[in-house]
Design a protein around this ligand. Structure first.
Ligand SMILES: [Zn+2]
Length: 443
């Protein structure tokens, strides 16, 4: 048994009054965040001017300042749970720490910018509860949050409720958040799981996420998108073309934008569900699952629709595979970020200089083969994994060899750009002269 952190997310079905309460809590978090950010900036300026002032930097310090001033800043503070303000201050404290760590070289990835003001309608509406009455009710259709009270969920909470009843789970926090016009609650849960050493399979499977298909496997199988997702994607393309025609600043543009956000959120949900089915199946039926490295930081800034959608899918696959192999006794291999799995010919090893996203067929100029782009990529991933296995590297990292790397890597949802935990061991296998491997979990 091992304790792992897991997130359970449910769509909510709030009443009109509850919608206002949810929005009010997120607004309260934003107000506290922005007020504290201004305070920090003012104090920093004062200090620069030579004054001897204390600059609040941690959550306890920020909270103390807030409690001292809240009556003047937000005389309505009692309308919301104190957790709302704490949530906003906590977000700021984390952002400040990230900024300091980044400047001092204690944080990987691109330099973190100084925290920004959160703007209504622009920043994500979210609020986190860590204390008070946070419950999943016995009827499996309702949850309870401090101050907001009992909320109906759109789906059954059975999976989490069952664990809570059996005493194998403990809720640590609940976060409410809005996506398009829907509200969600996400529970951060400490779960006791039996972790199998192996699932008994020794096969290696490569996966490549796409847009036309949900995913392509190295076996040649293409997992198609569920129909509902196909439908959403078509609608999304149409709406995006429509959006491009709307005049900037016009009312109709705003309406179209809202519709795009809604359809986008739905597509993301459908894809996530479909990927959950796929990743569970992969992790239970294969010894090793191989995926490409993802440049998380570079992804977010991409505005090309097709690219953005494909990135979302790949990011979600990556997130799920960060913990599922561990749960089911298989393992995950992630190709080095410089390994050109899409550009390399899976038959002869020739590397194409440039491959645009529009090129669906890989044409090899060396051996002349024509092969589906995604299948080519998936095959390359598998070939590399097999090479790594043959080189003896796999036996050195035999299952069960390195158990201590387990728990921390579980909170896949919390991972941020550039901070992925690197491997405990890195093998350098270079068939075709390129790849270095990173092992995500050794077990
Ligand atoms: Zn070739």
């Amino acid at each position: 048994m091992a304790t792992v952190m897991q997130a359970y997310r449910f769509a909510l079905d709030p009443t009109a009054a509850q919608r206002r309460a949810l929005a009010s809590h997120c607004g309260a978090a934003r107000v506290a965040h922005n007020w504290a950010l201004e305070l920090v900036k003012t104090r920093l300026d004062q200090r620069r001017a030579g004054e001897n002032v204390n600059v609040p930097w941690t959550l306890p310090e920020l909270r103390r300042e807030w409690n001292r001033t809240k009556q003047q800043v937000a005389p309505w503070w009692a309308e919301n749970s104190k957790e709302a303000y704490s949530s906003g201050l906590d977000g700021l404290a984390r952002a400040l720490k990230n900024w300091t760590d980044s400047r001092n070289g204690h944080r990987k990835g691109p330099l973190v910018r100084f925290p920004h003001k959160k703007r209504k309608g622009r920043s994500r509406d979210a609020c986190r509860f860590t204390t008070g009455a946070i419950k999943v009710l016995d009827d499996r259709r309702h949850i309870q949050l401090p101050r907001i009270g009992i909320l109906k969920t759109q789906e059954s909470t059975r999976k989490l409720a069952r664990r809570l009843e059996h005493g194998t789970a403990r809720i640590l926090a609940a976060t409410i958040a809005r996506t398009a016009d829907r509200w969600f609650v996400s529970f951060t849960v400490e779960v006791e799981r039996a972790i199998p050493a192996s699932n008994g399979h020794h096969t290696v499977i490569g996966v490549d996420v796409g847009i036309r298909h949900l995913a392509t496997l190295s076996t040649g199988a293409a997992i198609s998108n569920p129909r509902a997702l196909e439908h959403s994607l078509r609608k999304l393309r149409r709406l995006n073309r429509q959006l491009a025609r709307r005049r900037v600043g016009s009312k109709r543009r705003r309406t179209t934008k809202q519709r795009v956000a809604r359809v986008h959120a739905r597509a993301a949900n459908l894809r996530r569900d479909a990927l959950h089915k796929l990743t569970t199946s992969l992790a239970t039926r294969h010894g090793t699952v191989v995926i490409e490295h993802l440049n998380m930081a570079g992804m977010v800034r991409n505005h090309h629709l097709a690219r953005a959608l494909s990135d979302i899918g790949a990011g979600e696959l990556r997130r799920q595979l960060a913990y599922k192999p561990l749960w089911y006794g298989s393992r995950l291999l992630v190709a080095d970020r410089f390994y050109p799995s899409s550009k390399t010919c899976s038959t002869c090893g020739w590397v194409k200089a440039k491959l645009t996203l529009a090129e669906r067929i890989f044409r090899c100029e060396e051996c002349g083969i024509r092969i589906d782009r995604d299948l080519n990529a998936a095959r390359n991933l598998t070939a590399l994994a097999q090479h790594v296995a043959q080189s003896g590297w796999e036996t050195r990292n035999a299952r069960g060899a390195d158990r201590r790397t387990q728990p921390a890597g579980q909170v896949a949802t919390k991972r941020e750009a550039g901070t992925e935990r690197r491997s405990s061991k890195t093998g350098t296998a270079a068939p075709q002269g390129t790849a270095a491997w990173t092992m995500e979990h050794s077990f």
